[in-house]
Design a protein around this ligand. Structure first.
Ligand SMILES: [Zn+2]
Length: 218
C-alpha cells in the first residue's frame, strides 16, 4: 500500500502516519527523516543538504525530489508524510512513481479548521530549562504555568504564537490546495475529520483504509 498524508500544522498528521505505518508494517517516510538520513550519509548531496539546513533555508525541490526518489526505489509500500509539499514536487513524484510502476493507492487528508489549529498550538507551552512540553488545555502543569519537573516558569515558543500559527495555516492552505486538486483528478482522496482526539482519528483512519489493505499483498 502506498499512501500520501496531508494535514495542516497541528493536525497530528505525523502521529497518524506513524500509527498507520506501524499497523500496516510499512515504511513511514517523513521529509525530516529523509533529510537527516542524507546528512548522516555525509556524501556530496548530504553535505549540500547540511549547509542548506544550517542556513535555515528550505531544501530546493530538485534535491528533495532526488532524495525521495532514492528512498522509494527500495520500497514497495510506504507512507509519504510532508512530501510532496508543492505542485512541482507532486508532478515530479508522479513521474518517479510512473517510472517505478508504483502508483499511489490513496491520499489521506487530515482536515482541521484554522480555529482548531490555533486553539491547539497557541496553548502549547514549553519549559525553557528542561524542555518539557505542556498544553494549557490538554496537558496542564500541576501548578499554574510552573514546570512540574524543575519549577521553572513555562513559556510560549514564538512559533506557537497565534499570529504565527494563522500565517502558517494560510501558507499551508495556499500551497497544499493545488496539490490536493492535482491528486483529486486521478486518485482516491480519503478525508478524515482531524478535530477529534488522536485515538478516534486513528480508528476512523483504520476503518477507511481497511478495504485497501485487504486488497494489498504487501
Ligand atoms: Zn522544566
Amino acid at each position: 500500500m502506498r499512501l500520501i498524508f496531508f494535514g495542516p500544522p497541528g493536525a497530528g498528521k505525523g502521529t497518524q502516519a506513524k500509527k498507520v505505518a506501524e499497523k500496516l508494517g510499512i515504511e513511514h517516510i517523513s521529509t525530516g527523516d529523509i533529510l537527516r538520513e542524507a546528512v548522516n550519509k555525509g556524501n556530496d548531496l548530504g553535505k549540500k543538504v547540511q549547509v542548506i539546513i544550517e542556513k535555515g533555508e528550505l531544501v530546493p525541490d530538485e534535491i528533495m525530489n532526488e532524495l525521495v526518489k532514492m528512498k522509494i526505489k527500495e520500497l514497495n509500500s510506504f507512507i509519504l508524510d510532508g512530501y510532496p509539499r508543492t505542485l512541482e514536487q507532486a508532478k515530479s513524484l508522479d513521474k518517479i512513481l510512473k517510472e517505478l510502476n508504483k502508483p499511489i493507492d490513496a491520499v489521506v487528508l487530515i482536515d482541521v479548521s484554522e480555529e482548531e489549529v490555533v486553539k491547539r498550538i497557541s496553548s502549547r507551552r514549553v519549559c525553557p530549562n528542561c524542555g518539557r512540553v505542556y498544553n494549557l488545555i490538554t496537558l496542564k502543569p500541576k501548578n499554574d504555568e510552573i514546570c512540574d519537573n524543575c519549577g521553572t516558569k513555562i513559556i510560549q515558543r514564538k512559533d506557537d504564537r497565534e499570529d504565527i500559527v494563522r500565517e502558517r495555516y494560510k501558507i499551508y492552505q495556499k500551497t497544499t490546495h493545488p496539490v490536493i486538486e492535482f491528486y483529486r483528478k486521478n486518485n482516491t482522496i480519503i478525508t478524515i475529520d482531524g478535530s477529534k482526539d488522536v485515538e478516534e482519528v486513528t480508528k476512523e483512519l483504520f476503518n477507511m483504509l481497511g478495504r485497501f489493505s485487504q486488497n494489498d499483498n504487501n
